[in-house]
Design a protein around this ligand. Structure first.
Ligand SMILES: [Zn+2]
Ligand SMILES: [Zn+2]
Length: 259
């Protein structure tokens, strides 16, 4: 399987074509995430772990719209660097994709944990990360409620990882980047929908001791002192920033919140 024709198509775009295309793509990603996430919240409403949000919350949608613009800027910069060979991608799909996805996810997990801890530092929290925490009970749209600096910061972690990988001579598969994007979105959505669709026996399994469950990031919204990780619980365990009650709750059958 090869995505080379698709890569060539993107390579032929000019800036005037790329800007509206990537803006549309990021707007659709936002809209799709909100629609899909809200559907999950409804479908698993019997497994609520955070109170349901009613009506509009001031600023949540506005921050989301700004995030679309910021994500578009990140996409354009990534595309521009790729066109100039600073990011190298192959259209080929091989078994290497599995290793690349795992490596990329683990590296970004560490970088995002570090970035998130910096976001909670008293120097940056009041001006930047506080905007995400205005929304105590999360919902799908909260995923995009980020200060513009934060939205760009997350994006540039991806770009930095890809530029460094390319600089050391490794050509990553574009398909692997796409799979990672999906993983990032799935964890982002499940961490914000306020419900836990995971069956109890899955959530309490040994694997999900290490993989973040939906309750992990919801717990961070309810008490921002704990749970700064995104994909794994690893760094919170290493640096002792995990909610001390997280595992006990994870091992028990879910006690849903009724609102
Ligand atoms: Zn959040
Ligand atoms: Zn936070």
């Amino acid at each position: 399987v090869t995505f080379d024709p698709a890569l060539r198509w993107f390579d032929r775009l000019n800036l005037a074509q790329a800007i509206p295309l990537f803006l549309l793509q990021n707007a659709l990603l936002f809209a799709g995430t909100v629609v899909f996430g809200n559907a999950i919240s409804r479908r698993w409403s019997h497994r609520r772990i955070a109170a349901e949000v009613q009506g509009d919350r001031r600023g949540e949608m506005m921050l989301g719209l700004v995030a679309i613009v910021m994500n578009t800027i990140v996409t354009i910069v990534g595309w521009w660097l790729w066109q100039r060979g600073m990011i190298r991608l192959t259209g080929k799909v091989s078994f290497a994709v599995i290793g690349e996805v795992i490596a990329f996810t683990l590296v970004l997990d560490g970088l995002m944990y570090l970035g998130h801890r910096i976001g909670h530092h008293p120097t940056f929290y009041p001006t930047i990360h506080r905007y995400h925490h205005r929304f105590v009970e999360p919902r799908a749209a909260t995923l995009f409620a980020l200060h513009p600096v934060e939205a760009v910061g997350f994006g540039f972690l991806w770009i930095a990882a890809l530029v460094i990988t390319s600089a050391v001579g490794y050509t990553v598969s574009g398909f692997a980047v796409g799979v990672f994007t999906s993983i990032n979105l799935v964890f982002g959505v499940l961490g914000h929908v306020g419900v836990d669709p995971l069956p109890d026996r899955v959530r309490s399994s040994r694997l999900f001791r290490w993989i973040a469950t939906p309750g992990f990031h919801v717990g961070h919204h309810l008490n921002p002192t704990y749970n700064h990780g995104f994909f794994t619980t690893w760094w919170d365990r290493v640096f002792d920033s995990i909610d001390p009650e997280y595992d006990a709750a994870r091992l028990k059958p879910l006690i849903p919140i009724h609102t």
